[in-house]
Design a protein around this ligand. Sequence first.
Ligand code: ADP
Ligand code: ZN
Ligand code: ZN
Length: 816
Amino acid sequence: MFFIEVILPLSLAKTFTYRVSEAEFHFIKKGMRVVVPFGKSKMYTALVLSVHQNAPTLYEAKEIHQIIDEKPIATEIQIKHWLWIADYYMCGIGDVYRGAFPTGLLLESETIISHKAGVVVNDSELSDDEFLIYEALQHQSSLKVQDIISILNKKNIIPILQKMISKDIIFLEEEIKESYKPKLVRYVKLHSKYETDEGLNNLLEVLKNANKQKEIVLAFFQLQASEKKPVTVKKLVEISNTSATIVKALIEKEILEEYFLQHDRVSFKGETTDKELLLSTAQENAFNGIKNSFFEKDVSLLHGVTSSGKTEIYIKLIEEYLQSGKQVLYLLPEIALTTQLVSRLRLHFGNKVAVFHSKYSNNERVEVWKQTLENSEKAQIVIGARSALFLPFANLGLLIVDEEHEQTFKQTDPAPRYHARDAAVVLANYHKAKVLLGSATPSIETYYNTQAGKYGLVSLSERYNNVRMPEIVLVDLKDKHFRKRMTGHFSDLLIEEIAEALSLGEQIILFQNRRGYSPVIECITCGHVPHCQQCDVSLTFHKNKNQLRCHYCGYAIAKPTHCHSCSSIDMTTKGFGTEQIEQELAALFPNAKTARMDQDTTRGKFGFEKIIDTFKNREVDILVGTQMLAKGLDFDNVSLVGIMNADNMLHHPDFRAFERSYQMMTQVAGRAGRAEKQGKVVIQTYNPNHNTIQQVTNHNYAGMYKEQLYDRQIYKYPPYFRIIKLTLKHRDFEKLKEGSMWLYQVLSQNLAMPVLGPEEPAVSRIRNEYIRTILVKIPHNLHLGNTKKTIQKMLNSFEAVPQYRAVKTAVNVDFY
Ligand code: ADP
Ligand code: ZN
Ligand code: ZN
């Protein structure tokens, strides 16, 4: 008897045994996919872990349906890493498998397949089966894989479907819903009829009497020669100093030809810039420092102030790893930042840069998957957000985690709840690769690791090109209100500074950590505040839609005209958000052009890039935004940054609140300053003497670190204690209360360490489910693995109690 052990893409910790024939037994290898039946009628794409001859004792092994792959598409190291993630973050290996693979490679009976309107296919190019599937989808716009199986009356169709997906004949339904609209940039090239020498002569003839047009064509040739990359219409208009209409005339005359490319996927012809990147002395020292530290340490932190030119150092380092034939993974906290970075990297590395994006289509993700597996030239450098960590790297040499302090590196839901930075360190270890963490405001944990000698540390304390660190000015809001020097939320000082910057043609960023017009509407008569029906939060007022909205579940109602509790019509707004700031600006500076960047204005896939572009192109004078502004953007004309209210960040009920406030303010402040002029940052606060605000003002990272570290030790938090957070959810309040108390008690009886809770979190009900949390604090001298085993055992007994069976539990290791 012959068997295989597989992982199913389900939230299960177990592996499963299936029967195979002797021939299959000899063919199948670890890392190949097979289609297997599961339960009564389901079918899944499973991943092979091993082949063996031990029949399962608890159940009769079923036979597999078929083998999908000819050779493994997951690597040995990758699977080892997944197992580590499942073990460390206390989740099922199935959770990791499901999260790692592009869904197009994981078809199952429930997957919904669609046909996209407008896609026309030549029937003669389809096989019989393909034709039947194609035809079925003409009658019904979407079908489950299961339905297709019945239609064709055969089980083994997954490879057929996969082939059709890769040929863009059919699609996964989730993809169509999420339809991806890449940003297309308009380019021009010489019309093909003029490409030859003879053509060129004709061209000169054609243009003889059209001077303006000739100028553009000459400018086009110049651009092409000097930049060695595709020429955008925008650039051409800029350089030749003409209007887009004349370019249009040339296109109509068929002298130029227009074409469109997705901006972050522009393909270059060969190497793109001959200009060698020259590092400043400080950068050179940091670069050598990193290389030296890699002799001794596998992980190094580049602590470089904002605008110190960390990216250029990464580029130099990447060059060296590419030369030795290694792959490089570059992790970013936010995919919205990739466009800027990809353009920068493609300038140096041309087509060797691949992007792995959850927003790209399945086919594109599958392509990058295969390229990394085959160690292709085209994916020597992979840029991506945290999930890029799951790609099948063949020969990884360097991992860069930029803005390593960002909390978006930690996945919260669903499992695996992993931290990409920490998981990157483990992956690097398996590949014998190096890790470079970069930040202007390192996380306490990472900096602690450098101080403990675990990670190397390289500091870069000056900005590139002699740009000075911004000057930070504090405005005491209490005093300003008292002396009536406030207009709305703007102090007289901030107004003056904005006026001055505007008069000099400089740009301004205003930071407000809340979106919406003002967070809540309150009844003046009875104090009633409208709340979400399904969540335990007040609704946020959005003025432009005249709506109250829940930021947790999306629930929305029209702004009430009277109080729902006492019917009074005296309603007032409390607190303030980005929308209100923008409106006040319009009244204060009617001639300034403003834009807003928050979750509401960047909702479309490329909304973020659009706003960034208009600001970069100086079409906007003042940009108002939330923390999205704090993420490593590079602007060259911003001289003033205003932080509207520093206090709401400081007062978050979270042990990381001060660390985060420091990081956020320092990062936003870092957008100010240019070569010729020191930037200025105005921070408005009711607590100008607060330690954290003083530390930001004095660029005193060391002071912040020392103070926070002290608190963390006293109050038993990381890096001294590891934290595991258990979250329990149920629709029945009483049952949840009882259940969480039960779990809390068994945990505290069985663990010799602090167990806190059960606590009602600040938002204690979301989408009608009540929430309780329990925190376990594990001191570093105790064995982490054993503690987790105990916790898992307690969770298992909890789930075995009949009345708690329906209570949902989630485990978050190293909770962020
Ligand atoms: P950081 O990531 O450290 O905040 P950046 O890498 O964005 O800083 O660099 C800040 C600015 O300085 C960017 O516009 C970048 O292009 C420029 N810059 C940095 N180093 C160099 C260099 N060696 N040569 C040319 N430009 C550089
Ligand atoms: Zn009322
Ligand atoms: Zn809600």
